[in-house]
Every structure is written in structure tokens, then in C-alpha cells.
Design a protein around this ligand. Structure first.
Ligand SMILES: [Zn+2]
Ligand SMILES: [Zn+2]
Length: 713
């Protein structure tokens, strides 16, 4: 945007406009109408008194009680002795100032509507340099602020000023230097836009918008348009408008297509004299609005008018990626011009990115000192890690810069690198063939992986990068690396049943590299060249095909998830005992109702956890539990028993924990005395377990119990 609006403090000046004719006495009873020795006057408030010389009309709302008295009367503009008529109009804001307003040419956009509606003269009081024009009399040549001060001083001196109040107002300013923007009257070139509103809306409907609601922004904009597009600018640098005008009759001579690109201020016109009157031709000094060029980027890029075959193949383009701040400009003008020139919408898909804000969520501005230099972030963390943050921003949303997502990126890249390096050391020189039968656990992870491929593909198709990345990232960390790789390690180290596992590692290893490639193009290319290119033969990861679904096997997934939990349970126990993960376990018994599920993953449990003797059965009753001790939970008891807590604790200590256990656990409570009732939350029991007369540790995984003999390892 070239004009932005800022809230500024200004002064609201209430000024006397005297009637030119005599007034009845009754009129004085109304507010904002009064009289002094010079006559009867209406009070009118304005923030722009320097525009009094171009006051064209005064207006009041039709429902204003003064309206019948005022309409069609004539007032004299103070200081300038100009006579203006009073009209009634629905658009007057009765709450502004005294409810009677003056319309000047041209203070703001609304004033222009008044100009057209009441056919007011387009008399301007400010010139291109921001100075007051000749209509301003003695103020001519002054800068705007200077003139405002002088006019207010004169109003005060001549007793025209009733009062002055402070006011906050939205002012249109230059977005770059914050200078207030004024309207001037200048001849411009227009491109017809209003007649094509429907065409643009139809073209927009044929395109897919991401996110979908962004389309509404374009529609609202198109529907609100009242003027054609001003395509000329008075600037030094831009594309020249290729035409000449007759200095006598204003006839326009346009450059010949074959002569373009031309600069009419330098290049001669295609004809020597005006074809109409023989007058002298003068080159147009205006240049095009920058969007005139950028609005045909799809045409330029698809070789429109330069290569028919290519154009046919490439147009409409598949995607326009852009930010939401230029929907009204780049998107709108592109759709308008390309559709008018080709009768076809310029893109199939249009995708709206958001803004990157500073870390505290405010927009970055050099003047605020909150600008984050991407090159510095890249120097510190690398490009791919930086892209991890960028990819985690949801489409169409403005996002504060999040350093933690860059750091998350570095960890993710390291994980990917390590996982791939682990896989690579076992891979053969060629693409591993698919074995005739895949092991259940390999089917499990391939099925999980295939679902990730499905979801990731769906998200990518909808340009929901952040969700796609989340899917692949979660799978890499929490399914593939945490579980499958850990299970696979002992197999590949000992070369056991390795064919099925290598096929699985290769397929998922390459597939993950491909799915990460759009996010992390550098590290994935590096991994590809090191580990896969020799087998795949395609030049670059970025020209390989997107991964596809391998297998979807719900049975294998059910078994795999169960086995995964059991192995994770034993692993957790080992690490709690301070044992290495490959420490051999003499005997482990698993009590479960899902005997057949375990059998299909038995090999994985045994090999991964290095178990010498694994027994699986459903005779839960073989596990004997014995209550060894009971301990008060002070946090709970303290609140409940207050100063009596010590007394209650003593009572508990006197009792046999075994006798407490059954009633408290099974009935949930036990009355110790008339006013002390022990509940489950008050105490915790230490229970020891034994199996076949030997003490065991018990690991509970959902409704499965795993027992390991104490002192194992
Ligand atoms: Zn500026
Ligand atoms: Zn002429």
C-alpha cells in the first residue's frame, strides 16, 4: 500500500459562517446557531481551516431539527467572503462537530463523492508541491501546516473562531515517510475496470484459493470498487506509457507493437504529425503504475504472444504464491488483465502466505529496531533449520519469528542425518529387492509409514505445509527412530532375518528423505547423494518421484503397536534398573489374553530385549502379591486431618498393612475409629510380587503384565 492511515492528534476548530440574509428570531433557539454584532451565524467545526477557500457547500443531516430552517439558505465563508449553499444529505454524520459540516475540494475521498453528486467545481487549494494555490489569496504559496496556522490566527483575530478542541483523527499518510497525503487534481490515464467486475469474480471462482477464505477478500474488494484503475504515475523511474499526444487537439497516437519497448520522451512517434490536425506530437511523460507490469507476469512467463505451443502448454499456470497484503493489487490486477487478454483465468491455484513478524508479534520496521535479518539466522543455524521455522507457519497466518522452531529444526536435521547414516551402513550397493514375505513388524512400520505418506501428500496437495511437516517429523522421531530402529538394531548387527528389515529400512529411509526434501532441500540432497543416488540413479532428490503407499495392513498395525508397547515397557524397566538395553535377561514371563498377537512379535521381543527364555501365558493368578508396607500420603492426610494427622499416622502404623490393604483397595475405605475413615488416597502400599516362589519385578502395559526375576542382569 502506498497510503496508510495513522491516528494523529489535531485541533477541531469551530468557526462562524454568517447567513447572507436576515433570519427570524426563532432560529436562535437551536444549538449551533447564534448571533453577534455582525449578524446570525452557524457554527461549523473543521480540522482543515486552510481549506476554507475551497469550501463548496455546507450540509446537514435530513433528520436534524435545524434542517428545515437551514436547507437552501446561503452562508458566507469566513475570511474568504465566498457564498455557499446549505443542503441536506444522509451521509452527514450528525455527531461530528455541531452537526453542520462544510465540504471542501478535496480533503478526503468522501469529498470526491460530494463533488460528483452535487457537481461541485473541482477547485484545488493545494498544488503538487504541497503549497497553497492562487485561490487561497494571501495564503498562496504557503505550505499546508503554515497556512493552517495563519488561517487560524486570522480567524481568531477577526472573531470568527468560536472554540478550538483537541481531536484524534485518522490521517492518510505516505507509508514510507509518514507525510500526510493530499488530493490534487491531475489528468491521469485509466484502465477500465468497473465493467469487468463480474468477469474477475467468475475467473476467481474457477481458481482454487488456499486458504479458501482469502477469496472473500478479493470478492469484497471487487464488489467495493467504484472507480477504474489509475494506471499512470508521475515518477522518474518506471515503464513509460508508450503514446504521444497532439499539442493542439489532444489526439492520442499509440506506439506500434513492433516498436515497443519505446520511451516516448526520447523515441520519435510512429507518425511525424498529428494525423487529425497536423499538430505537433508530444511524448507522454507519465509512467505506468508498477502493477501494470506485474499484472502480466503469468503471460510473460508462459511465452504469451511469443511461443504458441509453450503458451498452450503452460497457461494457466498451476500456482500463484503470494502474500495476503497484495490481494487487492497483484492478485486482482493479474486476474483482471490476464482474463481480459486470454479469456482464461491466469492460475489454477492461488496460495496466500502470511507475514513474518518480530519475536514479540509486532510488524518489523527498521524504525522500531525489531528487524530480524534472515542472513544472520542462517549463518548461525543454517538454511534448512531456518526453513523449519518457515514451514511451521500456517498458510495465510501472520507469524512471529520463533527462534525455538529454528532450534527444533537443527535437532530434527541432526536426527534425520543420524537415522540415515545408521541405515546407510547396512544397505547393499543395489536397491534391495522386496522379499517374498515381510516380517510382521516390518509390515507394521511400513503400514504406519504408508499412512504418513497418505496424510503428508494430502496436506501438500492443499498447501498445508506445516501439517505435512508435523506428520513426517513425528513419524521420524516417535515411531521410526524411537521404536522401529531400536528393534531393528540387534537384527542388523547380528544379520538375523535381515532381508525383510533392510528392505524396510531402505524404503522408509529414502521415503523420508523425499518427504523432507521440500522442507530441507540441502541436507536431503546431501543424504541422497551419499546413500541413495548410486542405487536410484536419478540426478537429484528433487527430481525423484514422490513416495507412494507401500502397504496398508491393519492387522500388522494392531500387532505392531502392541509389541512396540511391550518392548518399550521392558526397555523402560531396564533403564530404570541402570541396565544396558542389550543386557541379557534369563527369563521373562508375559501374562496376557492376547497370546496370538505376542506370538507374531515374539522374535522381536526376544531379540531386541535379549531374552534367553520368554514364556507367554494367560494365567494371571500365578503372580502372587504381598503387601509389605503402608505409607501415609501426608499431602492428602494433612489437609483432611489437620492437627490430628500425627495421631492418625500412629494408628496406621499400629496396624498390619495386609489387613488394611483389602478393605482400602476393594471397598475404597476403612473406618479406623468413629471419626477417622481411611480412604485410598490417604495411603500408599508397597507391594512385592513373586512367581513360582521367586521374587519378581512387575511391568504393567495396559492389561498385560510382564514379570522379570529380581536380580536379573
Ligand atoms: Zn513519502
Ligand atoms: Zn491534433
Amino acid at each position: 500500500a502506498e497510503v496508510t492511515y495513522v491516528r494523529r492528534a489535531t485541533k477541531l476548530n469551530t468557526v462562524k459562517f454568517y447567513f447572507t440574509s436576515a433570519q427570524p428570531k426563532q432560529i436562535l433557539k437551536y444549538h449551533g446557531i447564534d448571533k453577534d454584532e455582525k449578524g446570525v451565524y452557524v457554527e461549523i467545526a473543521t480540522t482543515r481551516p486552510e481549506m476554507l477557500p475551497v469550501c463548496q457547500i455546507v450540509a446537514v443531516h435530513p433528520s436534524d431539527e435545524r434542517s428545515p430552517w437551514l436547507v437552501d439558505q446561503v452562508l458566507r465563508v469566513p475570511l474568504f467572503n465566498k457564498e455557499v449553499k446549505i443542503v441536506e444529505d444522509e451521509t452527514v454524520d450528525p455527531s461530528f462537530g455541531t452537526g453542520v459540516v462544510m465540504i471542501c475540494t478535496v480533503g478526503d475521498k468522501e469529498d470526491l463523492n460530494w463533488v460528483f453528486k452535487y457537481k461541485l467545481p473541482l477547485e484545488m487549494c493545494i498544488d503538487e508541491e504541497g503549497r497553497m494555490t492562487a485561490v487561497c489569496g494571501k495564503y498562496r504559496g504557503m505550505m499546508i501546516e503554515e497556512a493552517r496556522k495563519a488561517v487560524i490566527e486570522d480567524l481568531r483575530r477577526d472573531n470568527f473562531l468560536v472554540k478550538q478542541e483537541s481531536l484524534k483523527q485518522n490521517v492518510g499518510v505516505c507509508w514510507r515517510c509518514k507525510t500526510p497525503v493530499e488530493f490534487i487534481n491531475a489528468e491521469q490515464w485509466f484502465l477500465k475496470t468497473i465493467p469487468f467486475k463480474k468477469k474477475v469474480l467468475e475467473a476467481s471462482n474457477r481458481m482454487r484459493w488456499y486458504p479458501g477464505f482469502m477469496k472473500i477478500r478479493l470478492e469484497d474488494w471487487v464488489k467495493s470498487l467504484e472507480w477504474d484503475w489509475v494506471i499512470s504515475r508521475q515518477r522518474y523511474f518506471a515503464t513509460p506509457i508508450p503514446l504521444w499526444e497532439c499539442m493542439d487537439c489532444n489526439h492520442v497516437v499509440v506506439a506500434r507493437v513492433e516498436d515497443c519497448y519505446v520511451d516516448p520522451t526520447v523515441d520519435p512517434p510512429p507518425v511525424e504529425k498529428c494525423p487529425k490536425c497536423g499538430g505537433k506530437l508530444r511524448g507522454c511523460e507519465d509512467v505506468f503504475d508498477t502493477w501494470m507490469d506485474s499484472s502480466i507476469s503469468p503471460l510473460y512467463n508462459t511465452f504469451w504472444c511469443r511461443d504458441k505451443e509453450r503458451f498452450k502448454k503452460l497457461y494457466p499456470m498451476s500456482l500463484r504464491p503470494q502474500a495476503h497484503d497484495i490481494i487487492r493489487t497483484w492478485a486482482f490486477y493479474t486476474i483482471l488483465r490476464c482474463t481480459l487478454l486470454t479469456d482464461k483465468e491466469p492460475f489454477e491455484n492461488i496460495m496466500m502466505g502470511g507475514f513474518i513478524l518480530s519475536e514479540d508479534g509486532t510488524p518489523m520496521h527498521a524504525s522500531l529496531g525489531n528487524v530480524i535479518d534472515p542472513l544472520e539466522v542462517i549463518d548461525e543455524f543454517g538454511t534448512d533449520a531456518f526453513r523449519c521455522y518457515a514451514a511451521s507457519c500456517a498458510l495465510g497466518e501472520d507469524n512471529p519469528f520463533r527462534r525455538k522452531d529454528v532450534i527444533r529444526g537443527t535437532r530434527l536435521l541432526r536426527k534425520l542425518w543420524n537415522v540415515e547414516r545408521f541405515i546407510a551402513q547396512f544397505l547393499p550397493d543395489h536397491v534391495p529387492g522386496q522379499p517374498t514375505s515381510l516380517r510382521t513388524m516390518d509390515r507394521w512400520i511400513l503400514s504406519r509409514y504408508s499412512r504418513v505418506v497418505q496424510r503428508c501428500t494430502e496436506y501438500m496437495d492443499r498447501f498445508e505445509f506445516s501439517l505435512a511437516l508435523k506428520e513426517v517429523e513425528y513419524f521420524l522421531w516417535h515411531e521410526f527412530a524411537d521404536h522401529y530402529i531400536e528393534m531393528a538394531k540387534p537384527f542388523v548387527y547380528e544379520k538375523k532375518n535381515v532381508e525383510s528389515i533392510l528392505y524396510t529400512l531402505y524404503t522408509i529411509g529414502l521415503g523420508l528423505t523425499k518427504m523432507f526434501a521440500p522442507f530441507f532441500p540441502h541436507i536431503t540432497e546431501e543424504i541422497y547423494h551419499r546413500d541413495y543416488k548410486g542405487k536410484v540413479k536419478t540426478e537429484s532428490i528433487h527430481s525423484t518421484s514422490w513416495p507412494t503407499v507401500e502397504i496398508i495392513d491393519e492387522d500388522a498395525e494392531q500387532i505392531g503397536e502392541y509389541i512396540k508397547k511391550i518392548i518399550a515397557g521392558i526397555r523402560k524397566w531396564k533403564s530404570e534398573q541402570g541396565l544396558a538395553l542389550n543386557t541379557p535377561l534369563q527369563k521373562v514371563e508375559i501374562f496376557t489374553k492376547k497370546l496370538s498377537l505376542i506370538e507374531q512379535g515374539r522374535e522381536d521381543i526376544v531379540v531386541t530385549m535379549n531374552i534367553k527364555d520368554l514364556v507367554v501365558n494367560s494365567r494371571f493368578s500365578e503372580i502372587k502379591e504381598e503387601v509389605v508396607d503402608v505409607k501415609p500420603v501426608y499431602a492428602v492426610m494433612g489437609k483432611k486431618y489437620k492437627e490430628k494427622t500425627t495421631e492418625v499416622v500412629e494408628m496406621i502404623k499400629q496396624l498390619d498393612p495386609k489387613k488394611l490393604y483389602t478393605p482400602v483397595k476393594e471397598q475404597g475405605m476403612l473406618a479406623l475409629s468413629d471419626n477417622v475413615v481411611l480412604t485410598q488416597d490417604d495411603v500408599s502400599f508397597d507391594v512385592s510380587y513373586s512367581l513360582h516362589g521367586k521374587k519378581v519385578d512387575v511391568i504393567a502395559v495396559d492389561d498385560t503384565i510382564i514379570t522379570v526375576f529380581k536380580g536379573e542382569g
